[in-house]
Design a binder for this molecule. Sequence first.
Ligand code: GUN
Length: 355
Amino acid sequence: MTAQLIDGTAIAAQIRQETADVVAELKREHGIVPGLATVLVGENPASKAYVGSKQRACAELGMVSIGHKLPDTATQQEVEKVVADLNADPDVHGILVQLPLPKHLDEEKILGAVSLEKDVDGFHPVNIGRLSMKGREPLFVPCTPAGCIELLVRSGVEISGKEAVILGRSNIVGLPVSMLLLHRNATITICHSRTADLPGTCRGADILIAAVGRAEMVKADWVKPGAAVIDVGINQVWVEHPADQEYTCAVTGETFVAHRKDQSEKGGRRKVGDVCPSCNEAWLKGQRRPECGSDRETMALFRKYKLVGDVDFGDVNQVAGYLTPVPGGVGPMTIAMLMHNTYRGALHSLKNRIG
Ligand code: GUN
């Protein structure tokens, strides 16, 4: 017997459709189009990709997105000014400052500067504070943790009275998802790098949330038979390719393993360097091409990678009752919940207008 797969792509599509329907109604009845502003500071490629996906999702669901891009040299004042302007803009119902921010910026201060009523990420200290208290309601709940709960609920997994173990104590996932599970009457245990017996503690879980960012760390003998396992991890691991060979960078002298571009190869390739086909000299990405006297086209050198979660899928699939895949589990839910929160931001502004 293998686990029942929790299909995050399908559940996210359901939530996106539900959101598109209420967005259309809001437009029809009140002439309001929900607007999401994204603030991206710097050039982190993963952050750029995430922000792009969030903007595309807005367009698909009939919402407006406004993108603000700042260089990684932006000052604290410049970022805070962008946030203040967005707070004051009546067409903006949600503000998302993409994390991580460059090191020189004060993340806590910037997240605290986002208007409570536009905090669609749910990271404002007041929203987090309310989430962490009994009987209080945050205006917005952080998207990835909310997505984990939706996956469990829509798959029919009982939460109340169950033992939930959360691997990881991050502000973005571990801590808020713990609070959400507690509000739904689970008994929670939060594990971290100093937890004495990680496998033993995880084995006690009816619901296991893995959010540590360690590729395939959770093994079958960490999991109670029949448990629901939600894998929040997105880790890139390099995989060997038959055409891989070792190159030496003609500029730095470093060696690196890569293969030449092959058009038949699909997905998961990342450029790591270049090679001159006539003199066969190679150089790492970001280095200047050495002078070899040839003016022929250079060829790109690639490495192959795949995405894996924090859970060893093949292993845990034999033991768990429910399991999310990576990709296609929690990932698509984050954006779906962000769209839902942006709609709620627009609804909130309407309520304030009506009084
Ligand atoms: N970086 C990784 N996850 C998130 C998220 O949910 N929101 C923001 N703003 N940044 C992130």
